[in-house]
Design a protein around this ligand. Structure first.
Ligand code: AMP
Length: 401
């Protein structure tokens, strides 16, 4: 069991607190398209404000490193990835002034003094080279701005970055309310699930998800597969897959995995004559995909089968859409199963990323037990890996307890 401080374990009253949040929101031309990640950290922010803390928020946005590598200047990178619009949006959500420390972070320096505002948001932390290098000198400078550190950025906690892994070496550190909630719900599912426990996995490649499949197979009672990865399994069974997406490198692994009888494959698929939202479509049984056609969704018989298996579930963990949910015509499998989960008397957990985007799109997110804010982070969690950002909190606990 993980042991780290939570917010309630520390005496936060009146303290200056550095809070790592995940405000890496989708943004175009300065307009934010989805505020879910901002909303997710509001309980922690409000808790600290109620306790008269001075908050210094840190986050990254986008991938500045790639632009620097292309030879772009800080000013050019800023145009694309400044957190300024995020400060404005957060101000709207909180109904409270958020001071944006515009020049707080450059490629080589960090300001050494923060104005005495209730909430300050630092400029994109990845503007500094030290962040992704997990640099301790950089972390120490940030740590000197505060008396406590809080990790509320679950979605990035699988990264070995300075704002997650190095700062907790210098300050008493704890998990924020979001991180605590994510770990509690997903940790219970992985360690002591109520049964039957059903896993659902979709998405593109088998190779990307081998470790999740292997780890989930040791925990679940049944593992339902959908998405593009099923065609690699069909190929492993010697079935025709037409032009469907194939992960050639995963075929041998799929053969081995198929020996595990917990795996349930779709019995029918919705096929298309091309990869297009308006493609011609048909339903065929697995193995009967004609040449030049490709499978883009699970079929109606499979939806029925999956619902039968899910009917009595007490815990469900789902990662990866079951079809190309971005196209309405091929969204039915993902949509139907998401809707069905909302009717169950079970703990229903959606890993982040595309599966979270899908349940949001269909309007079911609020009716499920938990939709993780971390795509990569929840995937690594389901793989059974320790997240570096959480390990850093455990180390900090030992150091400061
Ligand atoms: P992942 O990031 O691995 O979870 O993959 C998610 C992507 O898989 C989504 O963009 C889906 O559109 C895509 N996907 C799901 N089913 C299929 C399919 N049958 N063929 C091609 N892409 C698919």
């Amino acid at each position: 069991m993980q042991k780290f401080f939570t917010l309630k374990d520390l005496d936060v009253k009146g303290k200056r607190v550095l809070v790592r949040v995940d405000f890496n929101v989708p943004i175009k031309g300065g307009k934010i398209w989805d505020v879910t990640k901002l909303k997710a950290s509001i309980p922690t922010i409000e808790y600290l404000l109620k306790n008269k803390c001075k908050l210094i928020l840190m986050s990254h946005l986008g991938r500045p490193k790639e632009l620097f590598a292309e030879g772009k200047t800080l000013d050019e990178v800023k145009k694309e990835f400044t957190l300024k619009p995020v400060a404005k949006e957060l101000e709207n959500l909180l109904g409270k002034k958020v001071f944006f420390a515009e020049d707080s972070i450059t490629q080589d320096s960090v300001i050494s003094h923060i104005p005495n505002e209730d909430i300050t948001l630092l400029e994109n932390i990845q503007f500094h080279k030290g962040e992704t290098k997990n640099d301790e000198t950089f972390a120490k400078k940030l740590a000197s701005l505060a008396e406590l550190y809080v990790n509320d950025g679950f979605g990035q906690s699988h990264r070995e970055y300075a704002s997650f892994c190095a700062i907790p070496k210098f300050l008493p550190s704890c998990a924020g309310l979001l991180v605590e909630k994510e770990l509690k719900i997903m940790g219970k599912a992985m360690e002591a699930p109520e049964r039957p426990f059903i896993g659902i996995l979709g998405g593109a490649k088998v190779s990307d998800k081998i470790k999740v499949i292997e780890n989930l197979l040791t925990k679940v009672d049944k593992l339902l597969l959908g998405g593009a990865m099923i065609f690699t399994f069909y190929r492993a069974q010697g079935k025709n897959i037409g032009n469907s997406k194939l992960d050639e490198a995963g075929v041998e692994t799929a053969k081995k995995l198929l020996q595990n009888k917990k795996i349930v494959l779709p019995v029918d698929v919705v096929i298309a004559d091309k990869f297009d939202a308006n493609a011609e479509s048909r339903i065929v049984s697995a193995g009967n995909i004609p040449e030049n056609w490709l499978g883009l969704d699970i079929g109606p018989q499979t939806i029925w089968n999956f619902k039968e298996i899910l009917k009595n579930a007490k815990t469900v963990v789902w990662n990866g859409p079951l079809g190309v949910f971005e196209f309405d015509k091929f969204a039915n499998g993902t949509k139907e199963i998401a809707k069905y989960l909302t009717t169950l008397k079970a703990t229903t957990i959606i890993g982040g990323g595309d599966s979270a985007a899908a349940v949001e799109k269909f309007g079911y997110a609020d009716k499920l037990t938990h939709v993780s804010t971390g795509g990569g982070a929840s995937l690594e969690f389901f793989e059974g890996k320790k997240l570096p950002g959480i390990e850093a909190l455990e180390e900090s606990y030992k150091r400061f307890m």
